[in-house]
Design a protein around this ligand. Structure first.
Ligand code: DGY
Length: 309
């Protein structure tokens, strides 16, 4: 946790910390969190039903430093009466910034541009050098128009993009702000010059952006994923990037993190970042405080807004 949050935790609880930030196996968490009443985790720890059952004699609350909660078995938590807190809202702006960073770097060939200058390979300005795709007038398809999706839309409008989206249900007009609703991901893909995946991670969305959806994108589309890596079928996206059907991709999230599919590293038309959507000092502190305040509210018998179950 950020230093400010660790200090605040130490002041309020008897804390056992994972000092090294190493990814802990479920069995290790079970051992180290034995007798704990609150378990602070991140999206990288898998909190399955067995772990919750092992800890349930004392465990009252799981607090995850993430808005996503696909790593937690919510049904078992509910069954055992364990409350789950997460961190919505406070990270939407930071995640939207990374979405635009990826979109711009993919569309305007940021990786190749940086490499050309950094390696001394720049032969000098040329009219056809590193031609990319502009954002103005393009249709941005947002798959998952929740809080983060809408924060992305706000920024993309400022770049002159037209916003299209797919959600299970259309948004109220004041939230949609003119964005065009599509009732299926397939329809959204057909209408997206650039596609941005911002849907929450969930088992039922595994592989949702598959070969058929990628084929439905207009030729030369750009794909960005800031959500969860397993939503995208890597074989299909890599094939489309190699053939040029997808012009470029910007990826902040991957299946099996941190073991990135090595084929992505070999593609010049992919801009990569290591799951840093919410990684600003102010955002990570705000996330930590939301969890600390949430635990305090629960202990007062209140129901904080960031309680999932
Ligand atoms: C989230 O908040 O879910 C981010 O992916 C960080 O884990």
């Amino acid at each position: 946790m950020p230093a400010e949050i660790e200090a605040a935790l130490q002041a309020r609880f008897t804390v056992r910390l994972n000092d090294s930030d190493a990814l802990l196996a479920t069995a290790t968490i079970a051992e180290r969190a034995k007798d704990a009443s609150v378990l602070f985790v991140t999206a990288t720890e898998r909190i399955d039903g067995d772990l919750l059952r092992q800890l349930s004699p004392t465990l009252k609350t799981v607090a995850t430093l993430s808005v996503g909660h696909d790593h937690i078995d919510l049904a078992t938590a509910r069954e055992l009466g364990i409350e789950v807190l997460h961190t919505p809202d406070v990270l939407s702006d930071a995640c939207a910034e990374i979405a635009l960073m990826l979109l711009l770097n993919a569309a305007r060939r940021g990786y190749e541009a940086d490499r050309m200058v950094r390696t001394g390979q720049w032969p000098g300005w040329a009219p056809t050098q590193l031609l990319g795709k502009g954002l103005v007038g393009k249709r941005l398809g947002i798959f998952g128009m929740g809080r983060i999706g809408r924060a992305i839309a706000t920024r993309a409008r400022a770049f002159g993009m037209q916003i299209h989206y797919h959600n299970r249900t259309p948004l109220a007009p004041d939230l949609a702000e003119g964005a065009v609703f599509h009732s299926s991901l397939d329809r959204l893909c057909r209408h997206s010059d650039m596609l941005l995946v911002a849907a929450p991670g969930a088992p039922q969305l595994k592989g949702a952006l598959d070969a058929a959806h990628i084929a439905a994108l207009p030729a030369g589309a750009v794909v960005v994923n800031i959500s969860r890596g397993d939503i995208v079928d890597d074989d299909a996206l890599i094939d489309a990037l190699q053939r040029g059907h997808v012009f470029a991709a910007g990826l902040d999230v991957f299946a099996n993190e941190p073991n990135v599919d090595p084929r992505y590293r070999d593609l010049d038309n992919v801009f990569l970042s290591p799951h840093i959507g919410s990684a600003t000092e102010e955002t990570r502190n705000a996330m930590g405080w939301l969890l600390i305040d949430g635990v305090a509210a629960l202990r007062r018998g209140q129901r904080p807004a960031n309680l999932i179950s």
